[in-house]
Write a protein that binds this ligand. Structure first.
Ligand code: ZN
Length: 74
C-alpha cells in the first residue's frame, strides 16, 4: 500500500469516526423547551409554586394538587 493510499484511508476512517461521534452525542435541548419545563405556576388556592408538568388545571386556573382544586383543607 502506498503512503498516499494509506493517508486517504486514514482520512476516511477519521471522517467516519467523527460522524459516529456526532451521532452518539445527546441532542441539546432547545432553550425554549427547557424554560417551559422549569417554569412554575402559582396555585390559585394556597399560592404554592408548582412545576408546569405537575399543575392541576380547573377552569383555566392552576392548582398545586387535586386536593387544592377540590377545595380541601390546605
Ligand atoms: Zn394549592
Amino acid at each position: 500500500m502506498s503512503l498516499l493510499r494509506f493517508l486517504l484511508v486514514l482520512g476516511v476512517v477519521v471522517w467516519v469516526a467523527r460522524l459516529l461521534w456526532r451521532w452518539l452525542q445527546p441532542k441539546p435541548v432547545p432553550p425554549n423547551q427547557e424554560a417551559a419545563a422549569h417554569s412554575l405556576s402559582r396555585c390559585s388556592r394556597c399560592g404554592t409554586l408548582t412545576p408546569q408538568d405537575l399543575v392541576v388545571w380547573q377552569d383555566e386556573r392552576p392548582f398545586c394538587s387535586p386536593a387544592c382544586r377540590d377545595g380541601g383543607q390546605v
